[in-house]
Write a protein that binds this ligand. Structure first.
Ligand code: G3P
Length: 314
């Protein structure tokens, strides 16, 4: 498994590339993390220059830059602008697009993420599809042509722990086989853990022969990282703290016991893979409460300087 750093902090990205050259395979960022890192430097670099520096440090490996727009066609316009502005620096930019940018089930933008992926890929721009919480979303993102697909493992575990009702620390390991309550394994529509989500997404890529690579994301601890590797993820993006722990104290995992997806779900995905699903069915497959929640958190963190970089209002 290749390892990306999930960070926009040059003080983390630089040592990762400097001291762990063999491991360092890419960077995933988001606008608010970039802004936070730039602000911490107290004005010694502008936001655009800072992004350029990340791209140079990561030269030869992919760096994801995320769009802040949440509807078509602005997502494509901004993704294209980000790519045109930054890819010439080191030739390593991919654009991060949410699988479904809607904030609520009532919004009419459920298909806009998939459409934006198709358009950007059509322009030759590689895409990392983010905020993936179901194998169906992963399937549709792969079908749209995304190069990377990011299932958010840690947030699935958070959600399952909330359902269990016990207080928890986000960085704590959550059993990949799930936990039981009232005689049943607690699940999100059959997904029993974040590692299980990653495994299901990998199965989807394999079964349908998609080229997209699963980039396990929202990873919080070394055991979870070791398990997504055993689950078959070719890539994982890891925050600096977990990376250091992983390097200091490597965890070995030899096997996992994860449930297979039920046949009903596979049948629905086969139908969509064959191009036979209508718009309402595709829309249905794209919906997930954790994707809405992720979009809600993301859009609350507006970074006007980032928007201005790509031609938006100052
Ligand atoms: O790469 C996704 C990541 O930044 C989200 O992580 O810990 O906020 O769920 P987290």
């Amino acid at each position: 498994m290749k390892v990306f750093i999930d960070s926009a902090e040059l003080m983390e990205i630089t040592p990762f590339y400097l001291y762990h050259q063999k491991m360092a395979a890419g960077v995933t960022t988001n606008p608010s993390l970039i802004k936070k890192a730039v602000d911490a430097r107290k004005g010694d670099m502008r936001l655009g220059e800072y992004i350029e520096q990340i791209l140079r440090v990561a030269e030869g490996t992919p760096v994801s830059l995320e769009v802040t727009e949440t509807a078509m066609p602005k997502m494509v316009i901004q993704g294209k602008a980000l790519y045109e502005r930054f890819n010439p620096i080191a030739g390593n930019v991919n654009i991060k697009i949410p699988v479904n940018p809607a904030l609520t089930p009532e919004d009419d933008s459920h298909l806009d993420g998939i459409r934006a992926i198709e358009d950007l890929v059509g322009l030759g721009i590689p895409v990392n599809c983010t905020l993936v919480f179901s194998p169906e979303q992963a399937m549709l993102a792969a079908q749209a042509g995304a190069s990377f697909i990011s299932p958010f493992a840690g947030r699935v575990d958070d959600d399952l722990r909330k359902r269990l009702g016990a207080p928890f620390d986000k960085t704590e390991y959550y059993s990949s086989a799930g936990r039981r309550s009232d005689g049943h394994v607690v699940s999100d529509n059959g997904i029993v853990s974040g590692v299980h989500l990653v495994y299901a997404c990998v199965q989807v890529m394999e079964r349908f022969g998609y080229d997209a690579q699963i980039l396990a994301a929202s990873l919080r601890n070394p055991r979870q990282v070791a398990e997504v590797e055993v689950a078959g993820a070719p890539l994982a993006t890891i925050p600096y703290g977990a990376l250091l722990q992983m390097i200091d104290d490597p965890v070995q995992v030899s096997s996992l016991s994860l449930p297979t997806l039920d046949e009903r779900r596979w049948a629905i995905m086969h139908h969509a893979h064959a191009g036979e699903a209508d718009e309402a069915e595709v829309q249905n497959m794209l919906q997930h409460p954790k994707t809405y929640e992720g979009m809600g958190n993301f859009t609350r963190d507006i970074v006007p300087e980032y928007v201005a970089l790509t031609g938006g209002p100052e």
